[in-house]
Ligand binder design. Sequence first.
Ligand SMILES: Nc1ncnc2c1ncn2[C@@H]1O[C@H](COP(=O)(O)OP(=O)(O)OP(=O)(O)O)[C@@H](O)[C@H]1O
Length: 241
Amino acid sequence: MSESAIIELKNATIRQADNIILTDVNLKIEKNEFVYLIGKVGSGKSSLLKTLYADLPLRDGGGSVAGYYLPIIKRKQVPFLRRKIGIIFQDFQLLTDRSVKDNLEFVLKATGWKNKKEIENRIVEVLEKVHMGNKGYKMPHELSGGEQQRVVIARALLNSPDIILADEPTGNLDPETSDELAQLMMDISKNGRTVIMATHQHDLLKKFPARTVECIDGKLVDKSAPEFIPEVANNESEINQ
Ligand SMILES: Nc1ncnc2c1ncn2[C@@H]1O[C@H](COP(=O)(O)OP(=O)(O)OP(=O)(O)O)[C@@H](O)[C@H]1O
């Protein structure tokens, strides 16, 4: 496996139980890269992400994430791998019975933070990163969908993970809010994190261009690789320029 890549899959097969979802998956992502993961419904995006955070086992092929070699990762090592990864899902999954701050405090305490002042400081820091510094006292139902997702991003940042895996984080949001969130995810990656963001919203790719990989016909295709040639040219004049 490569020294510089923080995420690497080599000839990997992605499975859901006994079903093969993707084969011959080769993917190498360097530190601080931002990568879009696209593909039709059911094409395997979530399964790929789940394999990277060791929710699905990698039985065929090689793969390493943040220094952990996935084919032989032990169950007791998985929490340590997960501390290096912040995971963001489409449905916000905040605890509805407590404030934003208490949601974040819950996660910090569950991951071993004890010092009250340090906990308070970290909560303020991450909320400021997502421009929610003044909303810590609010209950989740008092926030818009976009604001809730910002809190979820803040929650993913709490333990300063090297990697953020986001599975359609803008899926439930209106276009303007999606744009703001995509911009925020890009800023997060510029500040020293590797981000993979699965999305169906292809307009984001145009507005905020970045490396793009696609799950298609049981394979993973890197659309930014030099050897990738689009099958159908959208606009001939563009090509001829
Ligand atoms: N727990 C499971 N057991 C068996 N098969 C599953 C399971 N979860 C998903 N699958 C199947 O795996 C395939 C890939 O699903 P996956 O959720 O990875 O796709 P996706 O690209 O993320 O789709 P979406 O865009 O809807 O989120 C689908 O055919 C799906 O039915």
